[in-house]
Design a protein around this ligand. Structure first.
Ligand code: PLP
Length: 364
């Protein structure tokens, strides 16, 4: 079989290691996964209850239009229902955008390092990927602008950025948006939106009124704790949404995901508690790094990228043996770093003890 030539040599996605696999491999009874930026506190109990209520409804196709969830999200964020497109995770919305806008002869501009799915999906569509190095983990928007030409279709702003956790502020984002040609789509991927505490983080939804070439991505996978269910969405002007909607598979979100996400939207208290615990957790991490002279990237997310000035794989292996799955920076463009999801207070504390032992051993 001959697959598209751009698929040759493309690696399969390497996810954070699953807990059960690590338990089996290393004979551990307790394993904590801090590798994929999942919510360590789970999800609102309302979400599980909504799924229980629907548990018998497996024989019927889901509502392809996601009418109920659509209405709730639209109300929650203050847009019209027809300004939304739902994906099987925001990963799938990234796929819709690439499929709709990119083809051989076109190009797309991303930051590097940034979220891997932009490049992967663009490559599959045969588009050229122009990667612009980050400066101190932050998007270099001026240089990204310079990469835009007549064949550019999409520019990705991962804000806050994964894997660095850093953000582009409101002033810089607005300046950028003003200068991007109106026929180039600017995607603001806000997977960690709920966790952001910086006062000058851009509120992008109001900008949709002014900019027809802006698309905002959000997800239920991170702060909402529904990663297993795969729900994310894009917000843009209704015309753009209706243009890309035909690439969406007819039943791309399942019924259980619809009802759980809808129910989760009713539990603001759960989100605010998780966010506040995350902010405290990030502080714990920063203090730990400061105490041990480790540099880190200031994070607006539920993870932190720390530089250990040694192979990230070595630190990863060390922690794995102690029952902590983190993400090595080697595959993320930061070879001497590891990316760690902020866990519960106890998980963080235990992790710090292991890291302390590792650092002490290194100095003997
Ligand atoms: C996690 C993540 C996503 C995708 O999440 P889904 O589970 O597909 O909704 C998108 N963008 C970034 C930057 C992420 O970190």
């Amino acid at each position: 079989m001959e697959v598209k030539k751009q698929l040759l040599g493309l690696p399969s996605y390497k996810p954070g290691k699953p807990i059960d696999e690590v338990k089996k491999e290393l004979g551990l009874t307790k394993v904590v996964k801090l590798a994929s930026n999942e919510n360590p506190f789970g999800a609102s109990p309302k979400a599980a209850e909504a799924i229980r209520q629907m548990a018998a409804q497996t024989a019927v196709y889901p509502d392809g239009y996601a009418a109920e969830l659509r209405e709730k999200v639209a109300n929650k964020i203050g847009v019209e229902p027809n300004q939304l497109v739902f994906g099987n995770g925001s990963d799938e919305v990234i796929q819709f955008l690439c499929r709709s806008l990119l083809s051989p002869g076109t190009n797309t501009v991303t930051a590097d390092p940034s979220f891997s799915q932009y490049k992967l999906n663009a490559t599959i569509e045969g588009a050229e990927v122009r990667e612009v190095p980050c400066i101190d983990g932050v998007h270099d928007l001026d240089s990204m602008l310079k990469e835009i030409d007549a064949n550019t279709k999409i520019v990705w702003v991962c804000n806050p950025n994964n894997p660095s956790g850093t953000y582009v502020n409101e002033q810089k984002f607005k300046q950028f948006l003003e200068q991007v040609p109106s026929n180039v789509l600017v995607v603001s991927d806000e997977a960690y939106y709920e966790y952001v505490t910086a006062e000058d983080y851009p509120e992008t939804l109001p900008l949709l009124k002014e900019y027809d070439n802006l698309m905002v991505l959000r997800t239920f996978s991170k702060a909402y704790g529904l990663a297993a269910l795969r729900v994310g969405y894009g917000v843009a002007n209704s015309e753009l949404i209706s243009k890309i909607d035909p690439v969406r598979p007819p039943f791309n979100n399942n019924t259980f995901a619809h009802v759980a996400a809808s129910a989760a939207l009713d539990d603001d208290l759960f989100i605010s508690e998780c966010v506040s615990k995350n902010t405290d957790g990030l502080k714990q991490f920063e203090e730990f790094c400061d105490k041990h002279g480790l540099t880190y990237y200031p994070s607006q997310t539920n993870f932190i990228l720390i530089d250990f000035k040694q192979s990230g794989d070595v630190v990863f292996d060390y922690l794995l043996r102690k029952g902590f799955i983190v993400r090595s920076g080697e595959a993320l463009g930061y070879p001497t770093c590891i990316r760690i999801t902020v866990g519960s207070q106890d998980e963080n504390k235990e992790l710090f003890e292991h890291l302390e032992s590792m650092l002490q051993a290194a100095f003997q």
